[in-house]
Each structure stands twice: as C-alpha cells, then as structure tokens.
Design a protein around this ligand. Sequence first.
Ligand code: PTJ
Length: 245
Amino acid sequence: MEVPDDHPRKASLEVRHLLTDGFKAGLVAEAGLIAHGRGEAFDYLLGERTHPFADRACRAAAALLVLAKNPVFSVNGNVAALCPKEVVALSEAADAEIEVNLFYRTREREEAIAKKLTDSGAKNVYGIGASTRLLGLSSPRALIDKALKNADVVIVPLEDGDRTEALRKAGKKVIAIDLNPLSRTAQTADVTIVDNVVRCMPLMVRHAKALHGKTDEADKIIRSYDNKKTLIEAETTIRKGARPA
Ligand code: PTJ
C-alpha cells in the first residue's frame, strides 16, 4: 500500500511495510514483527532521530572495524528486510564478511535472506547450513560458519543478549545496534549504537569510509570511547522523552 505523502507517520509506516513485505517474502520471522514494534516504541521516545551519543558510538564501531583482522557482520531477518544494501556497503567499507545468523532458523529463511543480500550486491554470504557451534549458547544462534570462527569483531544488530555474552566470552569484540539501551545485548556489547538500524547504518558506512586505513586515529577513538557513558546518555534521553528533529 502506498502511504499518502501528507501522512504524519509516513516514514515510520514505510519502514513498517519493509518488515511486513519481508515477512511475506519469507525473510522475517513472526516474532520479528513484534521485535520491530518494541523498537518503534523506544525510537518514538528518542524523537526518531540520531543523537550525538549514537553518532559517537557509530564512529567507535567504525574504529573497531578498522582495527579488526577478521570482522563479521551477523544478519537476521529484520536487518535483511530493513537495510540489505547498507549491510553490503558496510561490509565492503570495513572488509567484513557477512553471515546469516538466525534465532528462528530454517533452511528456507537462511536461503531467502542470503538471496536478498546477494541480490543487493553481496559477493559472499556465509552461515547457510552452518554446523560449528559457539560455546555457551544453546539456541540456534550458536551455529556459526566454520570459515568465520576466527572472527575478532562481530556486528550484531537486533540481537539476543545471550549470544553477545557468548561472543564476548569467546574473546570477540561486539558492536550492537539496539534501540533499547537496557537490553542485555546493549549492556554487554563493547560498542552499543542506540539508534534505529535504518538511520545508523548509512552513518556507520560514512565513518568506516572516513577512517579506512587510519589505524592510529582509530586506536585513539577506541581509547577515549566509554560505552557506559553512551548507555547512560541514551537511557536519560529516553526517560526525559526527546522531541523529533
Ligand atoms: O530473524 P531471527 O530469526 O534471528 O529473529 C530475529 C528477532 C528480531 C525476532 C530476534 O532477534 C528477537 O527476538 O529479538 P529481540 O530479543 O526482540 O530483540 C530485538 C531488540 O532490537 C529489541 O531491544 C528492540 O528494541 C530492538 N530493535 C527492534 N527494531 C529495531 C531495534 N533496534 C534498532 N533498530 C530497529 N529497527
């Protein structure tokens, strides 16, 4: 359905339609629609805009990617439906591999998501039929492609907290994108971007391109970055309620 131009919630409804279309196309899990609604509520309280704390986190995330040897981008159904082109752009800007990693894992969804990503320009998509397990995690999210087990930095948008904990225990740095600063994922990650994935992905691509090859600068950014401060600023902003830009 075409949303009329003068509808006050046009942008939000169009993003919603990406999810419902993604559900019909077999990319998004039923629970993914519910997860999006939760995200929308936090986004509303954030004024549906990118705050300075999120921009700083995007820059710190880009710095981690510049310093990484084997970065991996974990993609689930919601992310594939919302921003497949930006996933490809960031993976190219950061020399990161892309893996499909699902909570509600079926072969059909793995393949539909991989196809969406290759149709959007991805050269390689890992994780289809993955059989290696990440220790300390019993959900299907534990399955990783053995080609990626040496990942040192993992980007996990819209994740469950237990995978982030397991990745950190395995010695990996985790970049989370989560509109809820109180979630276990947000609290456990090394860098948490409290912003809508559709807004912060283009920003991360810009930061990753600007920092490409600048390891000294990236190192300086990481040393001065404080994720606890980001989370406190995000929670304070939500509790006060931010106005739209
Ligand atoms: O595709 P699958 O099978 O891997 O399943 C994916 C879902 C999303 C169903 C699964 O990961 C899940 O249940 O996620 P949760 O535990 O509901 O967590 C989703 C988190 O992402 C919540 O904290 C939401 O606030 C947040 N969120 C939702 N939409 C967005 C978001 N954060 C950033 N941008 C969004 N658009």
